[in-house]
Structures are given as structure tokens and as C-alpha cells.
Write a protein that binds this ligand. Structure first.
Ligand SMILES: Cc1cc2nc3c(=O)[nH]c(=O)nc-3n(C[C@H](O)[C@H](O)[C@H](O)COP(=O)(O)O)c2cc1C
Length: 377
């Protein structure tokens, strides 16, 4: 069998051409159906995105990306940060930096959403720009799943209200600064996902319980954002079955269980769902149908869906991957599983990935290696 990495060519060009059609997403649209997946780059030592960050995103916008979803950015709460050199989405200087990034990306013809982040019980008191504050999660000691030594504090009602407000302020700031929408990071085992996951949410109040009840924290965030930004501002919600703590974990074993998580989010006012997987083409519930997670998300909610995971590369993971054919896109595309395809590492490696894919030149794209994470080119 010829490896996927060697098969790129005219079939890929035909598939990529379909991605270059404008995405019609109901009340709004994108110039192409390709999004840049959110990727933390840890290049903002003072929490401020500097002009080099704007240039990095602008190059991808010029390269045919229709929507830039920025690296995760911290909301304004002392418990939100874990890692250093992550940009903030609060404070005058950081927001001025983001306004500059927004202008650069839109000037190149793409739309841009900031991704809003609270790292939950990944935080340890010695981590992040402000030391001495414990990590918080839905329940105490959820750090058993993060391999960290310090216990995590269960969030009080006051902390929940403060954090809901911090998300909403960030979304309102994004709207005021001229961003095209926002994305909430509700995936990968961070704070919002910890509320979804029964192993990390053992609360007995209204934020715990069955799957629908465990969505309440996310629902309150979405509702409060809607109160501040109105009904039309695009609001993407990223969710995942997998967790940083465990790639094999699943929030939903059946489509009905998936609906229990997604329906409350839709009712609360989410306008786009971003189904984060590591291999987008895999059937999510193989006993039911060969639909992908994105396909199920679309079928169950009817909302515009972003699909992601492994586009243009031959393996998942953070270390290295070679360019690979887009052939696996054919079925999900034909079936209408998704509206927008998010591309992560392939675009990090090569800002012209989209244009090269359109020309059937994927095999000429720069391979992805973890060495590239040191640079912002
Ligand atoms: C360096 C790196 C940083 C990432 N940072 C984020 C992030 O900040 N927020 C997020 O939701 N996902 C993050 N991800 C996951 C990506 O958005 C994407 O889902 C994943 O890389 C799979 O897509 P790909 O195979 O096209 O790279 C990151 C991935 C990488 C490789």
C-alpha cells in the first residue's frame, strides 16, 4: 500500500477546492471553509500579543484560511492561568494587542475569534504569572487525573459567579474590539470539560448530577455571554470526548448521551459547535452509523459544525508528522458532516498549507515537528 503521505495530488486538489467555497453559516459566512485550529504558542511573556503574533496569524489568513481561531487566551480571573507566556484577553495592553491582531487578520480577508480559556485544576499554586493561588475545579482533588501534587479546591458559588462573569466580559470585549465572534474552550479536560466529566464533577448541588445537569456551568456561561453580546454575535463552543488526562475517555457512549450534552448548550445560545477529535474521519459510534463526531453533532443539533483532527498530516500527536493526502475528507465532505474544517499542526508548520492543498501540492508542505514550536513564523 502506498503511504498516505505519498498519495497527494489532483484528488487532493479537488477536495481542497471544495474547502475554498465560502461557508454559508446561516446569518453569517466565511470566505473559505478552512479554519485555523486554536494552538497555544506561549510567545506572550507579559500576557500581551505583540505584532509578531499578528504577523503569524496574518500569514495564515493570506494563505487562504477563512477563520482564525486564536490560541487559547486567559479570562480575567486569578484562578484561570496555569502556563506562562499565554496571552490574556483582559487588561488595556493585552486588549490593545488583540485589536492589532484582529485588524491584521481581517485586513487579509479572514474572520477571527479569540478562544477563551480557564485551565481549571491544571493550575498549581506555583504556576502562572500570579503565584500562590490554588487551582480550582468542580470538585476537590480532581488533580488525581492531572498527576499534580497539590489538591484542587472545589469552586464556591461565588467563584462560579465570578468566572461566569469573566467569560462574559471577555466576549463583550471581543465584540467591542471588532472580532467576528468568540470560541469558548470547553474541551480537553480543562475547567468547563471538568464539569462535563463525571470523574471530575462529583458535586451534589445544581452543577452536578447527570449529563444534562453537568452542563449547567457551561450553560450559565453561554447565557451570560448572550446577555452581554446579543443574539447575533457568533459563539462557538469547542468540546471533546478525549481529555489531556486520558485520550481514551468519552463523555458520551451513545448519540443520546451526546445529545444530553449538546442540546442544553444549543438552547442556551451557542451558534457553532466545534467537535474536537484527534482523527476527524473515525466513526464516533460505529454500532450506530459511520458518522464522525462532527457528523453526529450536526445531525443532533442542526447547528454549523467545525470538524478537526489530523487534516493534511499522517499522524496525531505533538512531536512530528509528515504531509498526507486529504483522501479521508471525501466521505465526511460528501455526507455533509461539517461546515468548516479546522487545521492545526499542518497550518502551524506551513502558513501556505491551504493554497498548496488547493494546487494539489500538499506533499510540498513543510512537515510538522515539535522544533517548530520554538518559532513563530
Ligand atoms: C501546539 C499545539 C497547541 C494547541 N493548543 C490548543 C489550544 O490552545 N486550544 C485548543 O482548543 N486546542 C489546542 N490544540 C489542539 C488543536 O487545536 C487541534 O485540535 C489538534 O492539534 C488536532 O488538529 P491537527 O491534527 O489538525 O493538528 C493544540 C494543538 C497543538 C499541536
Amino acid at each position: 500500500m502506498v503511504p498516505r503521505s505519498m498519495q497527494t495530488g489532483s484528488a487532493d486538489a479537488a477536495l481542497a477546492e471544495a474547502l475554498f467555497e465560502p461557508a454559508d453559516l446561516g446569518d453569517w459566512s466565511l470566505p473559505t471553509r478552512i479554519a485555523m485550529a486554536p494552538m497555544s504558542r506561549y510567545k506572550c511573556p507579559d500576557g500581551v500579543p505583540h505584532p509578531a503574533v499578528a504577523e503569524y496569524y496574518r500569514r495564515r489568513a493570506e494563505g487562504g484560511v477563512g477563520l482564525i481561531i486564536t490560541e487559547a487566551t486567559y479570562i480575567d480571573h486569578p484562578t484561570a492561568p496555569s502556563y506562562e507566556h499565554v496571552p490574556n484577553f483582559f487588561g488595556e495592553t493585552a486588549l490593545a494587542g488583540w485589536a492589532y491582531v484582529r485588524k491584521a487578520v481581517q485586513g487579509a480577508g479572514a474572520s477571527i475569534f479569540p478562544q477563551l480559556w480557564h485551565t481549571g485544576s491544571f493550575r498549581q499554586s506555583w504556576m502562572g504569572p500570579v503565584k500562590g493561588i490554588s487551582g480550582v475545579g468542580p470538585s476537590a482533588n480532581t488533580n488525581a487525573f492531572t498527576n499534580h501534587a497539590e489538591p484542587t479546591k472545589a469552586m464556591s458559588d461565588r467563584e462560579i459567579a465570578e468566572i461566569v462573569d469573566a467569560y462574559a466580559r471577555a466576549a463583550a470585549d471581543a465584540q467591542r474590539l471588532g472580532f467576528d465572534g468568540v470560541e469558548i474552550h470547553g474541551a480537553h479536560g480543562y475547567l468547563i470539560d471538568e464539569f462535563f466529566w463525571e470523574r471530575t464533577n462529583r458535586r451534589t448541588d445544581r452543577f452536578g448530577g447527570n449529563r444534562r445537569e453537568r452542563t449547567r456551568f457551561a450553560v450559565e456561561i453561554v447565557r451570560e455571554i448572550r446577555n452581554r453580546v446579543g443574539s447575533d454575535f457568533p459563539l462557538s463552543f469547542r468540546f471533546s470526548q478525549w481529555k489531556q488526562q486520558d485520550y481514551k475517555v468519552r463523555l458520551a457512549e451513545t448519540p443520546t448521551q451526546l445529545a444530553d450534552i449538546l442540546e442544553p448548550l444549543v438552547e442556551a445560545g451557542v451558534s457553532i459547535l466545534h467537535a474536537s477529535t484527534r482523527r476527524f474521519w473515525e466513526p464516533e459510534f460505529p454500532d450506530e452509523a459511520d458518522l464522525t463526531l462532527a457528523g453526529w453533532t450536526k445531525k443532533l443539533t442542526g447547528l454549523p459544525v467545525i470538524m478537526v483532527g489530523g487534516a493534511g498530516l499522517d499522524r496525531p500527536g505533538l512531536k512530528e508528522a509528515m504531509p498526507a493526502s486529504l483522501d479521508v475528507l471525501a466521505r465526511p465532505l460528501e455526507r455533509g458532516d461539517f461546515d468548516v474544517l479546522a487545521v492545526g499542526r499542518a497550518l502551524l508548520a506551513d502558513p501556505e498549507w491551504a493554497l498548496k492543498a488547493r494546487q494539489g501540492r500538499i506533499s510540498e508542505c513543510r512537515p510538522y515537528t515539535k522544533e517548530l514550536l520554538k518559532r513563530l513564523d
